[in-house]
Design a binder for this molecule. Sequence first.
Ligand code: SF4
Length: 349
Amino acid sequence: MTTVIENNQKNDRLEVGTPLLEVKDLHVEFHTRDGIAKAVNGVNYSVAAGETLAVLGESGSGKSVTAQTIMGILDMPPGKVTQGQILFRGQDMLTMGNEERRKIRGQKIAMIFQDALSALNPVLSVGYQLGEMFRVHQGASKKEAKEKAIELMDRVRIPAARQRVNDYPHQFSGGMRQRIMIAMALSLQPDLIIADEPTTALDVTVQAQVMDLLAELQAEYNMGLILITHDLGVVADVADKIAVMYAGRIVETAPVHELYANPAHPYTKGLLRSIPRLDQKGQELYAIKGLPPNLLKVPAGCAFNPRCDVATDLCRTEIPALHHVTDKDGKELTGRRSACHLWKETLHG
Ligand code: SF4
């Protein structure tokens, strides 16, 4: 007997590495009473089938606004896309009709939110909510939908799924609820999953279990995964590549292990230093000084300059472009870019 997921896999799946989503020069702003906040300022990134992109940044960096724009769930107004393209399998989602976009959302691109308790309906059983995807999108009967819900709960390793299918969200632990969210996202076997801080509300051990499960399912079913997080510690083992965002711009991109080994931007360097390490027990934890800027008053030049220990006069006047990064012999490093006037000193210094 074929499983829910195998059934759904009969859809047009892409080969690993085939471009899935390309965000090109995306600009999103918010019109507020106090002025225009440029939340996303020329963001470019891509994710391929079977690939995991981690988008990293503090709150206000634009990482979640970019994701909400991809999903078409950004409140407009006050939000407004002023420029750019979001190509999903080659088609620009920003110029599609509502109906076409709605079909992609949920069926082809699914989202996992940070707070499962508020994303799930408290008065409906989890089995009903999981089964709804099959009733609405695939015309399954009530009985079939329930069986499929049980199968999905089993797949995300919820113990005693058959006995618990009629339980309500509040009867599950935080980690189990997040597994239900993953099951829901997986149910229609999307090409791409966007997970926005999927483990932030969980304790560290459960965080690791949920991340491992997500990574395992993503690899098994060959989906693209965009993992949005403020925590570099969470993505080291699961991401293929990282885009670091600050004040609406991408400031560094790199394959994950290269970024951890040798960052090319002082902000990334600071984020890495802020990760607690077992071999530094008893020492004070490093924190980047200051706070991210108010998007209505972004500093001139490099937006990070008031917090940067190595800022120069140039940093206070000129916005650094996202440069290709080279090794000491001048050879371009694939996939590596940095928006810092001092990237060479940061990387090779
Ligand atoms: Fe620091 Fe200047 Fe680089 Fe910005 S451009 S990160 S202020 S050194």
